[in-house]
Design a protein around this ligand. Sequence first.
Ligand code: ADP
Ligand code: MG
Length: 210
Amino acid sequence: MQPTNIGRHEVGRLEMITGPMFSGKSEELIRRLKRARIARQRVACFKPDIDLRYHRTAIASHSSQTHDADTIPPSSDRLREELFTNNKIHEVDVIGLDEVQFFDHHLIPFALELVHLGKRVILAGLDTTFANEPFGPVPNLMALADEVTKLSAVCMTCGAPAIHTQRLGQSQELVVVGAAGLYEARCRAHFQPYIDEHQSEQLELPTVSR
Ligand code: ADP
Ligand code: MG
């Protein structure tokens, strides 16, 4: 007879949605969160307070889909505070977080902590910067996730699948907020990493337009 319940206990799940800008990460996060709500699961959603020009209280995709979200500074301590104050954590089954590339590396153990509390954690974020460097905690989170969905966009030069985020123009600013028209998706053949000789050491925080 097959034994049942061998070693079974409630564990959650870490899902990572990644890819370049315009690849549909926010759309996919919104889709999963909406389906979780249809399944009557309790959902909490957060996004960093970096680009608030379009929506203060929602994540939004380039195709104008939205899902309610709390806006917080991109710090895992702050996320912990949001989830654990007043024991909110016990009222949540699914935790969604967009633009995770802007969070610090403490997000990595914190995400796993949430998983061990039985939560389904769904994270969306860019895997590489416009300089083609790994972006914040995303590559580590990809390695540790139960499931990784790596999306591609459409290359704006040739229409092929695009895995890169091309920064357009020669802006000297490292942080460009809400930069519609400053980035586009490109395939390997048409991607040229942005390199500024004087500032390449500091290239780490390009801000995306959603
Ligand atoms: P991400 O969060 O990955 O930046 P979004 O979910 O916000 O992506 O937006 C995806 C949507 O962007 C697509 O469904 C499409 O409507 C639109 N879009 C605009 N430019 C492109 C492109 N180059 N490739 C694919 N989709 C694009
Ligand atoms: Mg997005």
